[in-house]
Ligand binder design. Structure first.
Ligand code: NVA
Length: 414
């Protein structure tokens, strides 16, 4: 649907209303920041989701303390507690399709998010389909027994200004995930003559692209290697997942991680330089398995980042923010730190929020401590249930991909 109205209801003092309106009117696809007023967004879905297979980029493990969310026949989502240890003893890491009641619970909460956003006047698209997640992959370089799901578009595609950029991806089972959005991307591209459609070079995902010993390192050995930022992917081929990117206008921040290597960040820097965008590497030296930035470092509005108290940023990377007068706001410990037994994410999904504007943030409904913190900072917090989505790869930021925000290529780091 077209963006009929471009009212600038969030006139933060650092935003220039005239330039915002001009930028938004000129292109349909437009998102330069994590916080500009949201106009159009994609919300993922959990249909036919499969368990991610073990691969050189992921060694999935059962969370022993975890429970599981189910959709009951009466339409309610219940959370069975503490079944992880039992499953670990009886089946180990499973293969194949996830349980239908678990898929239904996730889809109910994803559908609810879509409805909440639509009620606020935001256009919402859902994945257009086409990929059978049960299908194995065979390329000249690797095999994968099955694929995953389309719950987390944030991981695989990013909007940077008027560019829709398909990430290279680090995991074999996610190699073709973007095809779940290809009909949608093509349709938007046809409708918006200003949109640029780009894809990063697909890596081989061959064995040589991975450092398989990394998974077997003991924690002390990982600490010893910490300063090398050496993870399970090597630096031979440019690699990045889109969720390692955070946009702050003219400046893009990318986490060096087990899903984005230095070559991938270099590729982004060269690709974006002609449009005047500066790409910065972010490092979090105490995160021994970093992957995706949105449980670690979440810009909320000009001058403010929600940070993870257990993952402090490297001093040299913090300097960029300090010099421009930005403030880091540590997220509180999660109110509900438990994760479903099949979740491969951390308890910090609690801080994986979606900004609707510089003043409005969507957060998981149980994360009361975070709500209080954000409300004290002047945000309106929209609370939605989302724990049933956690085992499908993420929370509210992961499960969305913004196509249009009211913002522009503004310099927040002059
Ligand atoms: N891998 C990160 C981000 C997940 C969305 C974490 O688990 O904290």
């Amino acid at each position: 649907p077209p963006r009929a109205s471009l009212r600038l209801e969030d006139d933060s003092p650092r935003l220039n209303g005239a330039s915002l309106a001009a930028a938004a009117a000129a292109t349909r696809v437009n998102a330069w920041t994590e916080w500009g007023t949201l106009r159009e967004v994609v919300v993922g879905d959990a249909h036919n989701a499969h368990f991610p297979p073990r691969s050189p980029a992921l060694r999935p493990a059962i969370n022993r303390e975890g429970g599981q969310c189910f959709l009951e026949p009466d339409g309610s989502v219940v959370e069975a507690e503490g079944i992880g240890a039992l499953l670990e003893r009886s089946v180990g890491w499973p293969a194949g399709r996830k349980a239908q009641r678990t898929i239904d619970a996730a889809n109910q909460q994803l559908d609810n998010l879509a409805a909440v956003l639509r009620r606020r006047g935001i256009a919402v698209r859902r994945p257009s389909g086409g990929v059978d997640w049960s299908a194995p992959i065979k390329t000249p370089f690797f095999d994968a027994p099955n694929q995953y799901c389309a719950t987390c578009p944030r991981d695989i595609v990013a909007t940077i200004g008027n560019v829709v950029l398909e990430a290279s991806m680090s995991r074999r089972d996610r190699y073709f995930e973007v095809y779940q959005y290809r009909d949608m991307i093509r349709e938007i591209w046809r409708a918006d003559p200003a949109m640029l459609w780009k894809a990063a070079p697909k890596p081989s995902c061959a064995d040589r692209m991975y450092n398989s010993e990394w998974w077997d390192l003991r924690t002390e050995e990982r600490y010893a290697q910490m300063r090398n930022y050496s993870f399970c992917i090597t630096n031979e081929e440019p690699i990045f997942d889109a969720a390692d990117i955070m946009r702050c206008g003219k400046d893009i921040f990318v986490q060096l991680s087990m899903t984005a290597n230095a070559a991938g960040i270099e590729w982004l820097a060269r690709e974006l330089a002609p449009s005047g965008v500066r790409v910065h590497t972010l490092r979090f030296p105490y995160d021994l398995a970093p992957s995706h930035l949105d449980c670690t470092f979440v810009p909320l509005r000009p001058g403010l980042v929600l940070t993870n108290p257990e993952r402090p940023i490297a001093e040299e990377d913090a300097a960029t923010f300090a010099a421009a007068g930005w403030r880091f706001l540590d997220a509180p410990q999660p109110t509900n730190p438990s994760r479903p037994w099949a979740s491969q994410s951390s308890k910090w999904l609690s801080m994986n929020v979606l900004s609707l504007s510089p003043r409005v943030v969507v957060a998981e409904e149980q994360e009361v401590a975070l709500h209080r913190l954000l409300e004290a900072e002047g945000f309106e917090v929209v609370k939605v249930p989302f724990r049933a989505v956690y085992e499908f790869g993420g929370s509210l930021h992961c499960a969305t991909w913004d196509l249009a925000r009211d913002d522009c290529c503004e310099d927040f780091f002059p």
